[in-house]
Ligand binder design. Structure first.
Ligand code: HEC
Length: 125
């Protein structure tokens, strides 16, 4: 009985981990995380050390006009879907070897919330 409950709980946790980007992500918490962990290099509407973030969800990688991307990001052919953003934030160097963003977000929950914030802002103008 106990092991059935444990198995059900493990299933539920796997489900929530896999779907965290789609469901239950918290854009308000994502904004706070973005301000503390991304805003040092990125702004929504201006290029800084990194390219502007508004519109990034759905954008092709390396395509903000005038921003000096690494050749690796420019050649990557990636479209920034929520799943691709999750892979990028988990391990930029693993996704695009030779890229220049030296930052990782280890916790999947944090990534999901940051991506929810980026999606919300990308939908605005
Ligand atoms: C230390 C500076 C720095 C920080 C902090 C940083 N970035 Fe970046 N980011 C960059 C740079 C530089 C690039 C361009 C990388 C390249 O061209 O190889 C980049 C590129 C990106 C891109 C690709 C954009 C495009 O137009 O293709 C995304 C998405 C991104 N960053 C998201 C984030 C998020 C989300 C955070 C916060 C968790 C973050 N970054 C924190 C420097 C940073």
């Amino acid at each position: 009985m106990g092991s059935m409950i444990a198995a059900a709980a493990a299933c539920a946790m796997a489900f929530f981990a896999a779907t965290a980007v789609a469901f239950g992500a918290d854009a308000a918490r994502g904004q706070q995380l973005w301000e503390s962990r991304c805003f040092g290099c990125h702004a929504l509407d201006a290029d800084r050390v990194g390219p502007r973030h508004r519109g990034v969800v759905g954008r092709k990688a390396g395509t903000v006009p005038g921003f000096a991307y690494s050749p690796a990001v420019q050649r990557s052919g990636i479209e920034w879907t929520t799943a691709m953003l999750d892979a990028w934030l988990a391990d930029p160097q693993g996704l695009v070897p030779g890229q220049r963003m030296n930052v990782r977000v280890a916790a999947s929950e944090d990534r999901a919330d940051i991506i929810a914030f980026l999606a919300r802002e990308s939908a605005k103008r």
